[in-house]
Design a protein around this ligand. Structure first.
Ligand code: NAP
Length: 248
């Protein structure tokens, strides 16, 4: 199946690295005009260059998704420079792992602010133009950890589980405007986020995956492209895992 995004305006948060970078590139390859947003403007700029070199169209923006004022300002700028956002991918995420007994309030708050409130900030800012257009796609990058929990990640699991509840509620609110809202729950994907784990821990995760390998950012990007396309127009409020069978 060829999914053609026909010059639709897409915004990808955390698009400067890992899964977000692969998603931004895949959407651009399929014809979207992509606003690549990242905490560090230079990382976004690098991905924009890669997209342009491959013949696609993209623009870079520095954006901290946890800062609601900044989100409103950048979304307004994107609307005036490119047009209303039609495809939103809430991908930016961080981990700050430790056992609950040692977890600081700051580590709990920051993980919630980026992974969960970031999605609220962006969705609220972008859904107005989607409502006007009567077409939209919102794709939230959750995690299998939000469904199964993980020792040392109570903050991250809470944020990712919260994102699933957020996805389903907003899907119900926006369905009448022909806007679909879905979550992707990746398993263990090879990016900077998982590279920082102890090699023995990494091996133990891979050993527990039926397909016996870590996923790639491109594995996640393929599903994201499908959910962003017209072909996925009757799928909303769903959580779809890309995890090599890690959680069944
Ligand atoms: P990554 O390689 O660390 O990339 C995350 C990107 O988000 C980085 O470019 C990072 O910028 C950016 N970012 C961090 N905080 C931000 C903020 N406040 N505002 C905007 N951008 C911000 O991580 P990844 O593995 O690609 O993860 C992408 C998403 O997938 C996350 O939501 C993650 O929770 C989820 N996920 C990942 C896995 C996995 O195994 N990798 C599994 C399940 C779910 P800096 O580099 O400058 O910090």
């Amino acid at each position: 199946m060829v999914c053609n995004l026909n010059s639709k305006i897409a915004l990808v948060t955390g698009g400067g690295a890992g899964i977000g970078r692969a998603i931004a590139k895949r959407l651009a390859e399929s014809g979207a005009i992509v606003a690549v947003c990242d905490l560090i403007g230079e990382s976004a700029g690098q991905v924009v260059q890669e997209i342009e070199q491959a013949g696609g169209r993209a623009y870079g923006y520095a954006l901290d998704v946890a800062d609601n004022g900044q989100v409103e300002q950048v979304v307004k700028q994107i609307e005036s420079e490119l047009g209303g956002v039609q495809i939103l991918v809430n991908n930016a995420g961080i981990t700050r792992d430790s056992l609950l007994i040692r977890m600081s309030e700051d580590d709990f708050d920051r993980v919630l602010a980026v992974n969960l409130k970031g999605a609220f900030n962006l969705t609220k800012a972008c859904c107005r133009s989607m409502m006007r257009l009567h077409w939209g796609r919102i794709i939230n990058i959750s995690s299998v950890i939000g469904q199964m929990g993980n020792a040392g990640q109570s903050n991250y699991a809470a944020a990712k589980a919260g994102l699933i509840g957020f996805t389903k509620s907003v899907a119900k609110e926006l369905a009448a405007r022909n806007i679909t809202v879905n979550a992707i729950a990746p398993g263990f994907i090879a990016t900077a986020m998982t590279e920082k784990l102890d090699p023995a821990v990494r091996q133990s995760y891979i050993a527990a995956i039926p397909l016996k390998r870590a996923g790639t950012p491109e594995d996640v990007a393929s599903l994201c492209l499908f959910l962003a396309s017209d072909e996925a127009g009757y799928i909303t409020g769903q959580v779809i895992r890309v995890d090599g069978g890690m959680l069944m």
